[in-house]
Ligand binder design. Sequence first.
Ligand code: FAD
Length: 494
Amino acid sequence: MSEIPAHSQVLVIGGGPAGSTAAHLLAKAGFSVTLLERARFPRYHIGESLQPSCLAVLDRLGLRQVLLDHGFTKKYGVYHEWGHEKWAVEFAAIPNQEIFSFQVIRSEFDQLLIEAAQQAGVAVHQDIEVVGLDWDGDRPVAARWRSSAASSGEKAITFDRLVDASGRNGLISTRYNKDRRFNEGFQNVAIWAYWKGTQPLDEGPPGATAAATVGSGWIWGIPLHNGTLSVGLVTHRDEFKRRREEANGLLDLYTKAVEESPLASRLTANAQRIGNDVHIEQDYSYAAKSFAGPGYFVAGDAACFIDPLLSSGVHLALYSALLAAASTASVLRGEVPEAEATDFFERCYRQAYLRILVLVASFYQLYDGKDTYFWKAQQLANEDFSGADKNAAFVSIIAGREDILDAADPTRELVHQIGSLQRQMFGLAADKNRMETIMAMEPGDIAQLMRKGEELNRFTTGGFSMSEESAVRDLYVAPAPELGLKRAAASVPR
Ligand code: FAD
């Protein structure tokens, strides 16, 4: 393995999907990039179900065929048993269009991504932990690192720009800015295990994720290409505490939850759980107050993470990495002033995060146990949100109130618009007579709904300003001819 250089134009901390993608794109754009990863890949990671939007970024990395050849399960949708309702979501509503995504074993997926980054010219160093940063005022200028394999002392690498993609560890936000705020409304606990010999999911499109409510939580079933099924329970931490008091250990708690869910019981009938260990993660929904600063961008989970309900984690990791790479490239080439690129990154990533947050929040609203979530939000809001505004109360709590309570802030309006559209769409999806409801609609209303559906689909990729039409403060991400930020044609250069 080559030596870690004393200086790199760009340093990326962390080799998960966010770090590998940002590093890969920057190396392809001709910059010298060093990536330090504290683990040795393949390493275990949760986050197995990808959104179709991920493919657009994976295509930019030239990885679609690699992932297909690897044999990951192709996922064509999601099947829900949510409260009293059952419905399937197929990604490709339009005939002859293959819209799919992958269910991945993350250790394998992440390894493919980091290897591709290395092949693109990134100096990848595994088993190397960044133990601290050196700052010049509010600008990080060097990283101190240590080998986790060998017992050597600390060394340093200086850089022109930094991408912090250190995942939940969140080096900058937890150690330096100390601005990570946990989303009170989503203080959930997830507990999961793997099964073999499970029954196929008869409902829903091929490779679908199964999601079903259980008690006041929900359970996932993700089919993986090695023939195993990932089955996990997500529940609010208060409910988890109650369950834990009643159970004889974590495995018992998990087993009871699986048995409680008709869908999970069906899938695991006559199946064997692999091993006696269950994985557990808690308090994982959070956002940092700041996603960028002088000399650095924070990508992926290092900046924020929302409840796994809509499988949005890898999507946000990949798109924020693309955003970080484009912004870094333009700053280094002197095309956009640093302060403007910092502001652009901050706004885009937060907007994308808020969009998904509202989708997740509204989804919980469909479920019979919704009132506990909203009651909690209202209690914490110190504000009289009532009726239709419950959603605003909820979002204001989990997003950080100052982000949306300023009436002049466009994100507030955005959050309301998406919330109302989302409620309409999922309200229909949850309507068991929806075909009759649709048939009874006026043609104009159907067309309007279809347009809204398309808009809704765009929400997941939305927010990241990937086109001139969606420019944020005059800027947008342009992938070609070279990756960077571009100004919308009508704007006046600053
Ligand atoms: P990571 O993948 O965590 O990568 C960060 C990397 O940084 C790690 O490899 C780590 O070793 C390294 N690192 C950390 N600190 C240092 C340091 N100091 N020095 C060097 N290296 C360092 N997402 C989905 O898309 N679909 C799902 O179905 C899904 N399910 C989930 C279920 C649960 C219960 C949870 C908790 C999350 C789920 N997620 C899901 C989210 C998903 O796991 C993450 O959003 C995604 O892994 C984020 O990628 P990342 O690159 O930002 O971080």
